[in-house]
Design a protein around this ligand. Structure first.
Ligand SMILES: Cc1cc2nc3c(=O)[nH]c(=O)nc-3n(C[C@H](O)[C@H](O)[C@H](O)COP(=O)(O)OP(=O)(O)OC[C@H]3O[C@@H](n4cnc5c(N)ncnc54)[C@H](O)[C@@H]3O)c2cc1C
Length: 368
């Protein structure tokens, strides 16, 4: 449906169009407007709340569990793995310099990794990780062994990263949106069906397109639909469930299991449990936002078996969201043609890293 005269007049001549209203898109808009207050900045998304991952995630403010980082080191080497770790660390700093976390249910309660009985990393491996982390961010003894007396189906030792925490992702997005509103960022809720890069226009249907000066694409994995050069970017679906309230179960930390592929936290007295996409590789590399019932059954069984809860519970909610992944976990922040920029591939830690990506993307688009 074509935009009216009034609507076109409101959007005016767009200096920076940001496609995607997740954490990266909003952070980008805020940084652009702060750096260039007179610029006309418009964020476009197909829906509100945004329909990607930023309001569907588990709300871990995390940097990587020991086995996840060890896996990254094995795949990409220590330098790349540690650079990514540092970006997450700096990303949290950037995010917390932008929002007041007291209203976002933020709690730095620590991240705990639980292990199968025989899988506990050896002390020299944790010392090695701690040394690498110290060299990068100057924090001593980042990981520490602690006793696990609560969950007897796991190793009686666990590893704690006390700097991790949890947040309410919806409140975080609302806080960023409200800041963008105050700065004068404009919003358009409409699905883009194509990007006309030759004529510099976002196409909504055959009658409607929106011209832009510079385009910043923050669609995460959905970018592959519109930018064919995004070869090292893949959509991966992640499923989450929330149980009914439980009387006799608690987690004092956010919990990682199996290289971060499984994650758990409390929301009040409910459990949020998600992940396990590594067990369903044939079906989960997709950007279709749908819940695979097999994964829900897997997660339900996992909860019953591993946490031996005698308490009955219902699954009160389940949903899915889409991650952007690739051959490594470094976000892609690039200029892809004379006026198109991308900030994508947040992996499973966009909450920590997203604000930094937004800042770097805004700077790139302003300077180039
Ligand atoms: C289930 C789940 C749990 C997670 N848990 C955590 C966690 O605990 N901690 C953490 O750090 N990270 C977590 N993540 C990852 C994190 O949520 C993402 O890395 C982050 O939200 C990505 O932000 P983004 O802004 O790049 O993309 P998104 O938030 O995905 O935003 C992309 C936007 O593009 C829009 N869009 C797509 N196509 C179009 C179109 N054609 N036209 C207009 N708009 C379009 C979408 O509606 C969407 O709003 C999780 C992800 C999932 C799916």
């Amino acid at each position: 449906m074509a935009l009216s005269y009034w609507e076109k007049d409101y959007y005016g001549q767009i200096d920076f169009a940001i496609l995607g209203c997740g954490i990266v898109g909003l952070a980008t808009a805020i940084h652009l407007k702060k750096a260039e207050p007179n610029a006309n900045v418009v964020v476009i998304d197909r829906s509100w709340p945004p329909h990607g991952a930023s309001t569907k995630n588990a709300g871990f403010v995390c940097f990587g569990s020991p086995t996840e980082i060890m896996d990254d080191i094995q795949t990409n080497g220590p330098e790349i793995a540690m650079n990514i770790f540092e970006k997450r660390w700096l990303g949290r700093e950037t995010l917390f310099s932008m929002v007041d976390t007291t209203n976002l249910d933020y709690e730095q309660i620590g991240g705990l990794e639980l292990f199968e009985k025989l899988d506990l990393p050896e002390e020299h491996e944790i010392q090695y990780l701690n040394q690498l982390i110290y060299n990068k961010i100057g924090v001593n003894d980042y990981f520490e062994y602690v006793d696990n007396t609560d969950f007897p189906n796991f190793n009686n030792k666990a590893i704690l990263a006390s700097k991790e925490g949890r947040i309410n992702p919806m409140k975080l997005i609302l806080a960023l949106k409200s800041q963008a509103d105050q700065l004068g960022v404009k919003f358009l809720i409409k699905e883009v069906i194509a990007i006309d890069r030759t004529n510099k226009g976002l196409v909504f249907d055959q009658d409607t397109s929106l011209p832009y000066g510079k385009l910043l694409v923050t669609l995460n994995a959905f970018a592959t639909r519109y930018l064919p050069e995004m070869q090292d970017l893949k959509a991966a679906r992640n499923v989450v469930l929330v149980t009914s309230p439980l009387k006799n179960f608690n987690l004092n930390h956010v919990v990682h299991i199996d290289k971060g592929y499984i994650y758990m936290r409390m929301i009040g007295n409910r459990i949020l449990l998600g992940g396990a996409r590594n067990k369903f590789l044939n079906t989960e590399f997709t950007d279709e936002i749908k819940v695979n019932p097999e994964i829900i059954n897997y997660l339900k069984a996992f909860l019953k078996d591993k946490f031996s809860s005698n308490e009955n519970f219902e699954i009160e909610a389940s949903w899915s969201g889409i991650l952007g992944v690739g051959s490594n976990k470094n976000p892609i922040i690039e200029k892809v043609d004379h006026c198109t920029y991308v900030g994508v591939r947040m992996g499973g830690m966009g909450v920590a890293i997203g604000a930094l990506v937004g800042r770097q993307l805004a700077t790139l688009a302003i300077q180039n």
